[in-house]
Design a protein around this ligand. Structure first.
Ligand code: NAP
Length: 290
């Protein structure tokens, strides 16, 4: 892909984790920014960011955002407000700010009051990731072909949305826009619910093991496949669950209803009903890309 380079002179990314680190690497390797600075409070993550050469500058000082055309907040959802407040005194009137949080309503509520120029904030969420977290897992190609959702508000300056769109397109993303509430409803169902269910399943197996003795060591690929996402970072998922509480609770209620129906069919020996429910789900699963 040909990228009009560089898109920004100075890019500052707050949070040298999987997503922030990957964006730094993508920006460097694809020439999206003349200069990349990463801001990270954790000494070990900062050292790893320097060791891997994620950015031209790696610093614990939020003042490294000074002079940036574009600032990306890439910290856990519960830390977004704090991260925005830390960089706020260093933002110029022209600086565009975006974030990568997995929940949009709560991030808007936390970040907007902390920023001096709210119209220049463009909320975003790259739909890319993996179970590993931290700077060590950063990958320049993480966003190649990935969907990136932006949730600009009516007050958002369209030129800022265009700049953020160009950054993600340059990193390989397929960018679309959505209303923040719609985003949170959709991702509660397709991402947050499956993570909670995976964590719950592992929790249930631990409880069963406490009662019955060893179980998990007898498992095969099915359990591994199903619970892969329960290896994800617990802080990140705690924040997502609490920040997207209402839509997630709605999705969980629907899941409990469907699980309850399956349980009732099993208890009643309802072979026809059970077969119909399993076949319906298999058909739908086969229609999804693997
Ligand atoms: P991560 O690998 O754990 O990285 C987060 C980094 O932010 C850590 O180095 C953390 O340092 C740092 N941090 C936390 N609070 C901070 C603060 N107040 N100021 C500066 N740095 C701070 O997490 P990630 O997977 O990159 O996730 C980052 C964001 O991306 C989250 O909002 C998440 O919802 C979103 N996201 C994640 C994925 C995914 O699959 N991982 C996908 C899409 C979007 P400490 O160790 O000191 O906490």
């Amino acid at each position: 892909m040909t990228v009009p380079a560089p898109l920004v002179r100075r890019l500052a990314v707050v949070g040298a984790g999987l997503i922030g680190g990957s964006l730094c690497l993508a920006a460097r390797s694809r020439g999206l920014a003349q200069r990349v600075a990463v801001i990270e409070r954790d000494a070990a993550a900062l050292a790893e960011a320097s060791r891997r050469g994620l950015a031209h500058e790696a610093s614990a000082d939020p003042g490294a955002a000074r002079g940036a055309d574009l600032v990306v907040l890439a910290v856990p959802v519960g830390a977004m407000g704090e991260a925005a407040a830390a960089v706020a005194p260093h933002l110029a009137e022209g600086t565009v700010v975006t974030d990568v949080g997995s929940v949009k309503g709560a991030v808007l509520a936390a970040v907007v009051p902390a920023l001096p120029f709210p119209a220049r904030f463009v909320p975003g969420h790259p739909i890319a990731g993996r179970e590993r977290s931290g700077a060590a897992a950063a990958d320049a190609d993480l966003f190649e072909g990935a969907l990136v959702v932006l949730t600009p508000e009516p007050r958002t300056d369209p030129a800022c949305a265009t700049a953020v769109r160009a950054l993600w397109a340059g990193a390989g993303g397929r960018v679309l826009t959505m209303d923040a509430a719609e985003h949170d409803r959709v991702f509660a169902a397709v991402s947050h619910l499956p993570h909670v269910v995976a964590y719950a399943l592992v929790g249930a197996l631990l409880d069963l093991e406490a009662d019955q003795g060893p179980l998990v060591r007898f498992s095969a690929g099915g359990l591994r496949d199903f619970t892969r996402i329960a290896q994800s970072d617990p802080i990140m998922w705690r924040d997502i669950c609490l920040a997207n509480r209402e839509p997630l609770l709605k999705s969980l209620a629907r899941f409990r209803h469907v699980l309850g129906a399956l349980e009732a069919q099993i208890a009643a020996g309802d072979a026809a009903g059970l077969l119909q429910a399993l076949a319906r789900a298999r058909e739908a699963r086969r229609g999804m890309s693997s």
